[in-house]
Design a protein around this ligand. Structure first.
Ligand SMILES: [Ca+2]
Ligand SMILES: [Ca+2]
Ligand SMILES: [Ca+2]
Ligand SMILES: [Ca+2]
Length: 219
């Protein structure tokens, strides 16, 4: 957006939002003539116009790369996915990360990460494989969308009292590892979704009880 003020450019005053068709390319540097509260130090020498709102990441990029325009303005991965897979299909549906318009066991965030359909019922077994018991350990198998790794965290929680007082949380790592007592085997599969196996060892069971769950949170 470009703000045009009649007269000298400076602090205060009225002005109008210029129509893009009324703008001409100019080479100009504006240097503030006042200092103190309400004024800036430096020169305004880089004006860029975009036809949609910039994200925090976009602004950070522009700040770090003076004079370099964004090659394309992109939304965060979840917002893009939610627009394409929820809002553009059903504008009234809850498209938030924790929303669950199809009423299945998975909120939108987990549908995105695990590859579900946010507007179609997925059973637990559709997106989350589960084997084992308290004597062999519990094993989950699932997939993970690569785009989600920078914006959301997956966690495996386990407990021996149905998440009453004995709660343990393990964040799913980027690559195969053991984290917080849970062993992960992760196949990256290039840019295709990762194949992940998470095993909660039987040694975590107490009196034959071991419960586990998978949880997604937006960073
Ligand atoms: Ca859902
Ligand atoms: Ca679903
Ligand atoms: Ca990955
Ligand atoms: Ca991958």
């Amino acid at each position: 957006m470009v703000r045009h003020s009649p007269g000298p450019v400076g602090a205060g005053g009225g002005g109008t939002i210029a129509r893009l068709s009324n703008l001409a390319v100019v080479a100009q540097v504006w240097t503030p003539t006042k200092s103190g509260p309400g004024s800036a130090t430096g020169a305004l020498d880089d004006v860029q116009v975009y036809d949609e709102a910039l994200s925090t990441d976009d602004v950070a990029y522009l700040y770090s790369n003076p004079g370099s325009p964004l090659s394309s303005v992109t939304s965060p991965p979840f917002d893009e996915w939610a627009t394409t897979n929820i809002t553009n299909i059903d504008a009234g549906a809850d498209a938030t990360f924790d929303g669950n318009p199809d009423g299945d066991p998975f909120g939108n965030g987990l549908e995105w990460i695990l590859g579900g359909d946010p507007l179609g019922f997925d059973s637990l077994a559709d997106l989350l494989g589960f084997t084992g018991d308290s004597t062999t350990g519990l094993t989950f198998t699932f997939t993970r969308e690569d785009d989600s790794e920078g914006e959301a965290a997956l966690a495996v929680d386990f407990s021996n009292d149905l998440f009453d007082t004995d709660n343990h949380t393990s964040t799913v790592p980027a690559a195969s590892d053991t984290v917080g007592g849970v062993t992960y085997t992760i196949e990256e599969n290039g840019s295709a979704p990762d194949d992940i196996t998470a095993t909660i060892p039987a040694g975590n069971a107490v009196d034959g009880r071991l419960f586990g769950r998978l949880r997604g949170t937006q960073n």
